[in-house]
Design a protein around this ligand. Structure first.
Ligand code: PLP
Length: 389
């Protein structure tokens, strides 16, 4: 039986040719294609600077360091995200806390954020950085998050891993109007891919410079950034910071640059699939994704919530029945603080009730540009059969 995954890359001949061209060129890494890809993404998103790295996880890590996150600092994010959105703070020796979600968008709730900030101010535990995540490709309420950032003095990293090609208030997500740094992922299930890869965008030249340094060992070969040394000594590079090898290769960048040309087409296709799901699922006991009027989603994911009080089967049974039929539904996400590693820090079940309600009902159904109408009908037929039992 053919499997229908929940997400899948879309590679054409132009993508393959672009990668082969790099393989036959002088530079497999540290060549001209990485800056060309950075430029293409920055221009598309209307951002000043792009720093390409080997994953969004790496981008989140160097974004935190560039914003000064360290031991004793506190970072807040949403529990309904991939673990990387929270782990980046732990890498820096900071502590993480979670803000419950909005019941309609499933994004970090601005109301819960505002309440939590009032309490944190009293206790002296305000966050240094808040990381909103644009779940499924739908932007968070960034205008209000930025206002709170200005009031309470926290920095903002938007985890836009799901959201390239999406818009907020008519402007491309990633333009940096509401945050210090935005971070994209180019994993194959995401909107465009480089195999593995990520990018940090910012309008702040100093943050961009620091992130460039951090992605390559903290090494510079720019004369003005080097420390003075006796003129008779040869110094063609210096390590001036503690960085990593988080570089993207030109092979990966070539794929990304080629994929950028089809980004809008991908998102349009995802919208068409979402619209069909909205219609086909309208009679079933499920909640389909609600869209805020300010948002044009990239539709990375199409998450449905099961109305379990009207269904004779458990969440887990529905998940397993679909999987057994080759329809690889998935769960985005288990609240991060429920992970055993996080429970060791003292987080307990029930901490963010809205997130846990969501987790107990949510399923991501297949959503990717290559999903055919016939496959979509198969998904809906199997889901209908399963929840009608
Ligand atoms: C995929 C994803 C990441 C991590 O991306 P990688 O490129 O695999 O490191 C981080 N945050 C979110 C919300 C993601 O979906």
């Amino acid at each position: 039986m053919p499997m229908i995954p929940y997400g899948r890359q879309n590679i054409n001949h132009a993508d393959i040719d672009a990668v082969v061209d790099v393989l036959q060129s002088n530079f497999l890494t540290q060549g001209p294609v990485v800056p060309a890809f950075e430029k293409a993404v920055s221009i598309y998103c209307r951002s000043q600077h792009g720093v390409a790295v080997n994953s969004a996880t790496s981008a989140l890590h160097i974004a935190c360091i560039a914003l000064g996150v360290g031991k004793g600092d506190i970072v807040w994010t949403t529990p309904i995200t991939f673990v990387a959105s929270a782990n980046c703070a732990l890498y820096c020796g900071a502590t993480v806390d979670f803000v419950d979600i909005d019941p309609r968008t499933y994004n970090l709730s601005v109301e819960r954020l505002a309440e939590k900030l009032v309490m944190a101010e009293k206790r002296g535990t305000l966050p240094k950085v808040v990381i909103p995540v644009h779940l499924c490709g739908q932007s968070c309420d960034m205008a209000r998050i930025l206002m709170l950032g200005q009031k309470y003095g926290f920095k903002i990293i938007e985890d836009t891993s799901h959201a390239i090609g999406g818009r907020y208030k008519g402007e491309p997500i990633g333009n940096g109007s509401y945050s210090d740094i935005t971070v994209f992922s180019f994993h194959p299930v995401k909107i465009i891919t480089t195999g593995e890869g990520g990018m940090a965008l910012t309008n702040d030249e100093l943050l961009a410079k620091r992130m460039r340094l951090l992605r390559s060992h903290g090494i510079t070969s720019t004369a003005e950034d080097m420390h003075p040394r006796p003129p008779e000594e040869l110094w063609n590079y210096q390590q001036i910071d503690l960085g990593f090898n988080y570089r993207m290769t030109d092979i990966h960048a070539a794929l990304g640059l080629s994929q950028m040309q089809r980004l809008d087409e991908f998102v349009i296709k995802r919208h068409a699939i979402a619209k069909r799901y909205d219609q086909m699922l309208s009679g079933l006991p499920v909640v389909t994704p609600w869209q805020h009027p300010d948002s044009y989603s990239s539709y990375h994911l199409y998450v449905i919530r099961l109305k379990l009080d009207q269904i004779n089967r458990t969440h887990r049974q529905v998940y397993e029945a679909l999987r057994e039929a080759g329809i690889l539904v998935n769960l985005h996400y288990i609240p991060v603080y429920r992970q055993p590693y996080y429970e060791k820090m003292g987080f307990i079940a029930g901490y963010n009730p809205e997130a846990e309600r969501y987790y107990s009902e949510a399923l991501s159904v297949p959503m990717y540009p290559g999903l055919t109408e016939e496959q979509q009908e198969q998904v809906v037929a199997k889901l209908t059969e399963t929840i009608s039992l």
